[in-house]
Structure formats: C-alpha cells, structure tokens
Design a protein around this ligand. Structure first.
Ligand SMILES: *Cc1c(COP(=O)(O)O)cnc(C)c1O
Length: 385
C-alpha cells in the first residue's frame, strides 16, 4: 500500500528522525531531563525566529498562541489594526473581536499583499492604536506579506506593538524578529516545523513584555507572564507536549545538518520557484505575483474547464498525491500546493509529474513534460550557484 504524498500547507510530512525522537520514553516535565531538553531546544530555535528572546512553548495549536498574543497585549475597548489579505487575516480579526477589541481592518483583495505604503496610509488618520496584527504568510492565498517593511511602518507611524502570525512559514521563510522589530512572533508545529500538530511557539520583545505586564489579561491557561516565569526555570506552567519537544530537538538537528537555517530558507525558495515555473510552463495561472509569492505554499488557478474537485480526488485516488483545495470564496477557483518543512526539490519534481499525469487523464492539452522540465531547470540551476 502507498501512503499519500501530502502536499498540503499543513499538516505536513514528518521526518523519520523526528518520529523516532518522539518515540523516546516520556519523562516528567518537572525533571532535570526536561529542563535540559527545554533549555537546549528553545535556544536552538532562536535562529529560526531571528531573536535573542526566549522561545515560549505552548501545548496547543497555532490558534491558541494567536489568542495568547491578542489577550495578553490588549483588552476590551482597545483600538487595534488588523491587516487581512485572506482567510487567516480574517481569523485574527475574529479573535480580536471576540476579545472586545475595536478593530480597524486593513483589508486587501485575496491574492494581494499589504505593502508598507498601504499600512502607512491606513495608520496616518488613526491614533491610540495599541497593536497592529498581521499575517506573515497568508496560507489561503500563498502571499508572503513584507513584514519587515510593515514593521517599519508601524514604528514610524504609531506607538503600537507589531504582532505577527507566522504559523505557515516560520521554519521555511526568513525571519529577523529582533532586527525587523516584530514584538510577538507566533508559529505552530504542523506547518513548516516538520512536526505533528499540537505545539505552538512564540517569542515576545522587551517592548511587548512591558505592555503585557500592565495589561488586564483575562486568560489563565494562556497567561504569558506565567510562561515567562516558568521559562526562567527551564519549564512550562503546566504539562507541556513533552514528546513534541523531543521531536523539535530532532528538527533542530536536521536544520543544523542542512547547513544552518539560511540553507533551509534557500531550499524553500528553490521549491517555490520550481512550482511557479512549472505551472507557467503548463500555461496554468498562479493567484499571486512573483514579488510576494510564498516560499511555503502556492495557490494555483484552476485551468479553464477543469472540474477541480474531481481532479483533486483523482490525483489522490490514482496517484496518491494529496493537494489542498482553497478556502472561502476561492473554493473551486484555486487549489493549493504546499511545499514546506520536510519537502525537497525531488518531491516537487514528483508532484509536478503526477499533476501532469492527472491533467492528461482529464484531457487538458499541454506539452507533456513541460512542467517537469521547467521545475528541473530551476532545480539544476540552483545547484550551480
Ligand atoms: C494553520 C494556520 C493557523 C491556525 O493554526 P492551528 O494550528 O490550526 O490552530 C493560523 N494562522 C495561519 C497563517 C495558519 O496557516
């Protein structure tokens, strides 16, 4: 039996080394073994975030860490800005609204990025903004927002904190949390971090800690001050996902063995270009421009006349290739190819080849092999650099 080739933008495949690391005997989260694991592992994650701040580990999906970022920095009635360019930006809006925040929504068309100019224009007439929230990688559209520039806009035109959802790209996209001036950066385990779902990671700037210390925070399990207090002892406030942290340690091994995090980022860049060039060679349109294209997921427009749900089902059934549909109003119009985490150029060649086979089965007319060749050209030229 084949297992499916999972090319979703999360969850993503787990390396065997990580699975084996997670199979170790469990130990107490109040033991010396845990303190060693916690301290060493969180230290090794810092380059992936581009921070010197502590990495906090929450026993949760990414959503809980986003909610922690909202609830710890702002309280009911506070004014905030949420940048939304797709489904996950809207998600941030919902979390803020649920917490009674007064949300100013900077909305862009799905498939577009929010630029620095967009944010500056939006911030200018506003005052008393407590925080600006933005998605780094919009998973629904395959847009990588220019968060380094957005951070500049926030700094230059407000006193707000800048809080970033990096769930579907941290581990595959460059991140300089300290250098860019991000105040809270959040990610989850099951996207580019090569782990199963259930662990979220977050780091907080000095500036944000000052706000958190005085914020009236109505959460207990997600109280970041208690996370900080326990992190100082190399532990978490309550029982963490110990096995996932063992896995995270193996993830750090793999990234270090690849040659360090910048090499991992380069691999994602190559995979992005392979996917994009292959679709162009097949005359299949992409949702986003090259300029803001995500290194971890590509949204592809459904070729004219193709029954998308039948095509995706066929790819999965006949070729064991599992691609993702779209979210919200893009359903049917777009599908998504995840290329993050435990994914290599060879996997892209495989998936593009199977996509071509499926297109042939559906009578789509194209030059057979053109997509694979384009992807291969990108890959081979990347090796010459
Ligand atoms: C997947 C995702 C989330 C939600 O994470 P969960 O682990 O499902 O809670 C949030 N933001 C982005 C950008 C995502 O891709």
């Amino acid at each position: 039996m084949y297992s499916n080739i999972l090319r979703h933008p999360g969850p993503t495949p787990i390396p065997k080394r990580v699975e084996l690391a997670m199979a170790q005997n469990i130990f107490s989260h109040r033991s010396e073994e845990f303190v060693k694991l916690y301290q060493e592992t969180t230290e090794r994650v810092k380059p992936i975030f581009g921070t010197k701040q502590d990495i906090l580990l929450l026993p949760s999906g990414g959503t809980a860490a986003l909610e922690a970022a909202v609830a710890n920095t702002a309280s009911a009635g506070d004014e905030v800005v949420v940048v939304t360019v797709g489904a996950f930006g809207d998600y941030f809006v919902s979390i803020c609204e649920k917490h009674g925040l007064h949300v100013h929504k900077l909305e862009k068309e799905w498939g577009e990025a929010c630029t620095k100019e967009d944010l500056i224009d939006f911030l200018k007439p506003l005052s008393n903004i407590k925080a600006v929230f933005a998605t780094y990688n919009e998973t629904s559209t395959g847009i990588l927002n220019p968060v380094a520039q957005l951070a500049e806009a926030v700094r230059d035109h407000s006193d707000a904190l800048f809080i970033v959802d990096g769930v579907s790209c941290i581990g595959g996209a460059p991140a300089e949390m300290d250098g860019w001036g991000i105040d809270i950066l959040v990610t989850g385990s099951q996207k580019a971090m090569m782990l199963p779902p259930g662990l979220s990671l977050l780091a907080v700037s000095e500036r944000a800690w000052k706000v958190i210390e005085t914020n009236c925070t109505a959460v207990y399990y997600l109280d970041l001050l208690s996370y900080r207090e326990w992190a100082a002892k190399g532990m978490t406030p309550n029982t963490p996902t110990v096995s996932l942290i063992m896995g995270l340690s193996a993830v750090c091994d793999l990234i270090e063995e690849e040659g360090g995090f910048p090499k991992t980022v380069e691999r994602h860049e190559v995979m992005k270009n392979m996917v994009r060039e292959s679709m162009k060679a097949l005359s299949i349109e992409l949702l986003t421009s090259d300029e803001y294209a995500s290194p971890t997921v590509t949204a592809i427009r459904t070729p004219k006349g193709l029954d998308l749900s039948a095509y995706l089902a066929h790819l999965k059934k006949k070729y064991h290739l599992d691609l993702a549909g779209a979210l919200g109003h893009l359903q049917g119009e777009v599908f998504r190819f995840g290329h993050m985490g435990y994914c290599f150029p060879s996997d892209i060649l495989q998936a593009v080849s199977l996509m071509e086979a499926g297109l042939q089965d559906f009578g789509y007319s194209f030059e057979s092999g053109a997509g694979v060749k384009a992807a291969q050209d990108v890959f081979l030229s990347s090796l010459k650099k």
